[in-house]
Structure formats: C-alpha cells, structure tokens
Write a protein that binds this ligand. Sequence first.
Ligand SMILES: Cc1cc2nc3c(=O)[nH]c(=O)nc-3n(C[C@H](O)[C@H](O)[C@H](O)COP(=O)(O)OP(=O)(O)OC[C@H]3O[C@@H](n4cnc5c(N)ncnc54)[C@H](O)[C@@H]3O)c2cc1C
Length: 384
Amino acid sequence: MTDWNALSDEAFRKDVREFFAANYPHELRFLPRRLRWAECRDWYLTLSRKGWIAPGWPKEHGGMGLSPAKQLVMLEETERLGIGRMPDQGITQVGQTIMRYGTEAQQKKYLPPIIAGEHVWCQGYSEPNSGSDLASLRTTAVRDGDDWVINGSKIWTSMSMDATHMYVLVRTDPNAPKKQEGISFMLLDMNAPGITLRPIRNIAGHEEFAQVFFDNVRTSADSLVGELNKGWTIAKTLLGFERLGIGSPRRPRYAFARLEKVARSRGLLEDPAFADRYAQLRLDLADLAALYERYVDQVRRGEALGPDVSILKIWSMELYQRTSELLLEAADEKAALDGMVDFDDESVDVLAPFYMARPGTIYGGSNEIQRNIVAKDVLRMPQK
Ligand SMILES: Cc1cc2nc3c(=O)[nH]c(=O)nc-3n(C[C@H](O)[C@H](O)[C@H](O)COP(=O)(O)OP(=O)(O)OC[C@H]3O[C@@H](n4cnc5c(N)ncnc54)[C@H](O)[C@@H]3O)c2cc1C
C-alpha cells in the first residue's frame, strides 16, 4: 500500500490531479447542486478502489490516514476540477462517530460498507418543531423484544432519497428530568417497513432533502450507538465534525474563483473601491484556510473538537455569502441569469454560488445558535 504521506506535497498533488482529471466525469464538473447517488456512484467506487474515498480515516478502517496538509491538497484539486459533493455523510460524519463510540461489532458491520459504497447515510436530527432547539425532539423509540420501535418524523433530511441508512436521534426516556438526558443515537435501515419520504424542493428547484415519516419502524437492539439515553453527547461530537466540514474553505473558495473570473473579465479590479472589497474577501479567505487547517490538525491528533469550532462555521458560511453577493454585483445585469453565463472569454455560473450559500447560515446549526454557543461556552459571557 502506498504511503501517500511520504510523498512531497507537489508529487502528491500531481498524482491527485492526474487521477481526478482522468477519472471524474466531465459532465459532472461545476454543477450548481449536490450530486445524486445514481450519477456519482461510479466515481465513488473509483475512489474507493483506489483507496482514496476516506482521506481522513485511519488506515486500519480503510482510510488514507492522510496528513492535514495533504487533505488540503486533495480538497484544492477537488475544487479546481469542479468535482461535486457526493452523499458523503458516511465518510464525513457517522463513520467517525462509529469509530469513536461504536462497539467493535458495529465497526465491523458498518465501516466497510461505507468504504465500499454499499451504504449511503443520511442524518435524522431535525424535526418539524425541533431545529435549533434540537433537544426538544419528539420522535420516540420504544423497546419491544429484540427491537426498538420508532415513531415520529424527521425533516430537512439531506439526500435521504438516496440513502440506504440513517443515523437518528430518538427519545428513549420521555420522563428524564432534563430533555437532553432522554435521547439516544441509533442506526437504521431506510428500507425498513414503515418509512415513507416526502421530497422537498428548494428555491433553486432541486430536491436535495425530504421529510421522513416513521410508522412503527423496527431497528434491532444492537443499532444503539453508545449508552442508552446518552445520545446527546454523541450528537454534539458529530455536530463538531459537521461544523468542521462546513467550515472548510472549499465553498467560499469556489465562489471566490468565480468572482475573480468575472472581475477580471469586466476590468473591475481597476476600480479602487471594488478592488478594496475584493482584497478584503481574499484576505478573509486566507484567514479561513489557516483556521481550518488548525482544526483539521486537531482532529488528526485525535483531540475532540471543542465548542470553539463554531467560530469556523460562522466565518466560513458568512464569507461564502458575502463572496457570492459580490459576485452578483460584479456580474451586474447578467446576475439574474441561471446556468453558465458568458463573460468575454469566460463562462461562469454566477447565480449558483448565491443559491448554495443562502442556507449555509442555517444548516449544521444556525449561525445565531453558533454565536450563542461561542458566547456561553467559549467566552463564558454571563447568561440571562
Ligand atoms: C440545506 C439544508 C440541509 C439540511 N440538512 C439536514 C439534515 O440532513 N439532517 C437534519 O437533521 N437537519 C438538516 N437541516 C436542518 C437544519 O439543521 C435546521 O434547519 C436548523 O437546525 C435550524 O432549525 P429550524 O429550521 O427548525 O429553524 P428554527 O430553529 O425554527 O430557527 C428559525 C430562526 O430563529 C433563530 N433562532 C432559533 N432559536 C434561537 C435562539 N435561541 N437564539 C437566537 N436565534 C434563534 C434561528 O437562528 C433561525 O434564524 C438542513 C437544513 C438546510 C437548510
């Protein structure tokens, strides 16, 4: 097995660039939406066969065990080629959680199919009346013989239409004195009888999430991850991973690359007022990349992420929105055009980053909630 960490960054970048260019389908480059499983399955399997599907996972679980610097190289090459985001929650979220909290049997059962592309995961946290106040969730799991029986509903479940499995937060003790104490973290098969889905269309016209209904859905007793009624702690750890993923410079950089093309093509960098705003975003992006690298390093050292990772999420998504807004301004009268828009020698999707940046301050815990976390748990500001 190749030790990718032993290569120089330049040699590794060359390998990654060549492999991506030779294998990633041309028609899936720079799509203004997430990839559906049916269209990216072959690409997922190609990466899997190469041993590259889980750059951050340790080698013993089928990952690359890649250093943070080289993970950034992969990320940069992914962006450069316009490779879309796959349904990747198995790799980026639940896999890490099973490694940390799951039993050996759960690790054996669930980790290899993620690497092999046999299981596609979605996240069942939010409910119609429990979003920011997630701990108020009401979907229940009641023990019946060797099974748990689940009833209730989850909403905004990204890519659930493509998922084979869901990791879900359920109420297992309705009488717990604190609402956080009666919640458990479970795994379930999306093909189990009693699950129905209602896809939801977003403002850009794409169906990327759904409401999921559970009517006496059974999952086996060994689907419980960690201790009974201690799922809140696991959920918080997993949200830390999610905030790290959302905090990656990838999306703001995507928007900035488009801003740069439009600004150059329209000669806007000659305008000092515009150049000032452009330079500010460029510097903010450099700050974000540096901060992100620090957190990735922390994860690689096996350290838990603290509440301060919320700062990364806030900064990344607000920068994404600010950049996509300046892109629209720069595009001027062409800003309202959907799809690829021509600017002299460049063709740029100006509206897509704007649409994609809008929900960024909501998902993964809204930015207002992240600010509350920073105020309370990082700055220890007095609470009313
Ligand atoms: C694109 C997208 C994908 C998503 N994917 C998933 C997924 O895969 N799985 C999943 O479980 N969920 C998912 N979500 C749901 C997401 O986590 C929730 O939307 C989010 O937590 C906010 O909850 P809510 O929508 O119920 O809004 P609410 O909680 O009703 O909040 C409404 C507004 O009030 C503000 N607010 C609420 N409480 C406070 C407070 N205490 N202080 C200050 N301001 C407050 C919020 O910031 C927000 O602006 C997704 C959401 C989006 C937009």
